[in-house]
Design a protein around this ligand. Structure first.
Ligand SMILES: NC(=O)c1ccc[n+]([C@@H]2O[C@H](COP(=O)([O-])OP(=O)(O)OC[C@H]3O[C@@H](n4cnc5c(N)ncnc54)[C@H](OP(=O)(O)O)[C@@H]3O)[C@@H](O)[C@H]2O)c1
Length: 229
């Protein structure tokens, strides 16, 4: 359990990524009471300097002792990394807030949107999951309606930004846009089709029920957050 303090030692895991970068900016913009900030990413980024409040902080690679002395670890380095490192971090005594899909549907781990189900924070055991980005926005709107009249069915269309696929996708969009505007052919690496000046009506793999994984995340995560099983 997190002890109330005036300032907290914070870690961002996945600090060099699209989401990690936003986490660092948000800590600064919201004036979060940060005593010190530790930044972690893969070996590829070890030593790279990132800015926080006009200071440069060197990125570290993770090891078994990384989380000693850390109060809160914000994880955004993909599900595989969360699977390995979030339990290690929690065991070291810090509270993990995990942005990946790894723990969202684990019955032992609360899935929390603060505006919707803050009480679920009470039963965490060191790891707290946050939902998929589309789910987060949707449940904030649905919650008061659900409380008032009980929602039976929701029909949703999402239009999602390339940033949801990560930094490499943002770079691909920029490169393709530059190429097209210079009359050059585009190369597709991250997406199977051209993404610049285009919309791809498909996110993640299809499941046996005909929906995609991304679509089922919205269904299952919403039910868990609303306590509607
Ligand atoms: N909840 C939401 O709304 C939401 C939205 C978007 C994304 N996400 C999730 O957030 C996570 C990150 O997404 P992103 O868009 O920021 O991806 P990204 O831009 O590709 O960044 C991935 C980050 O993970 C780090 N990483 C990769 N392998 C690692 C390793 N072995 N050890 C430590 N760090 C490692 C990368 O470090 P390097 O730079 O060194 O490779 C980078 O900092 C994903 O799980 C994604 O599904 C959630």
């Amino acid at each position: 359990m997190l002890k109330k303090k005036e300032k907290y030692v914070i870690a961002v895991v996945g600090a060099t990524g699209a989401v990690g970068n936003e986490m660092i900016k948000t800590l600064e913009q919201r004036k979060f009471p940060v005593e010190s900030l530790r930044l972690f990413a893969s070996e590829r980024s070890e030593g790279k300097k990132l800015e926080y409040k006009d200071t440069e902080i060197a990125v570290e690679k993770l090891d078994e002792n990384s989380f000693k002395g850390i109060d809160i670890a914000l994880f955004s380095a993909g599900a595989e990394r969360s699977k390995i490192w979030a339990p290690i971090a929690a065991k070291s005594g810090c509270v993990v807030v995990d942005n990946s899909s790894q723990w969202r549907m684990d019955p032992e781990i609360p899935l929390v949107v603060p505006e919707v189900n803050p009480d679920d924070l009470k039963w965490h055991k060191g790891i707290i999951a946050n939902p998929n980005c589309s789910t987060i926005q949707m449940v904030v709107v649905l919650k008061p309606i659900h409380d008032a009249v009980k929602i039976k069915r929701v029909v949703v269309t999402t239009f999602q930004a390339v940033s949801g696929t990560g930094q490499k996708a943002i770079d691909e969009l920029l490169q393709q846009t530059t190429d097209l505007l210079n009359f050059r052919d585009v190369k597709c690496n991250v997406y199977p089709h051209q993404i610049a000046f285009n919309v791809l009506p498909h996110i993640d793999k299809f499941l046996e029920n005909g929906y995609t994984k991304e679509e089922m995340k919205m269904v299952n995560e919403t039910k868990k957050i609303m306590g509607d099983r």
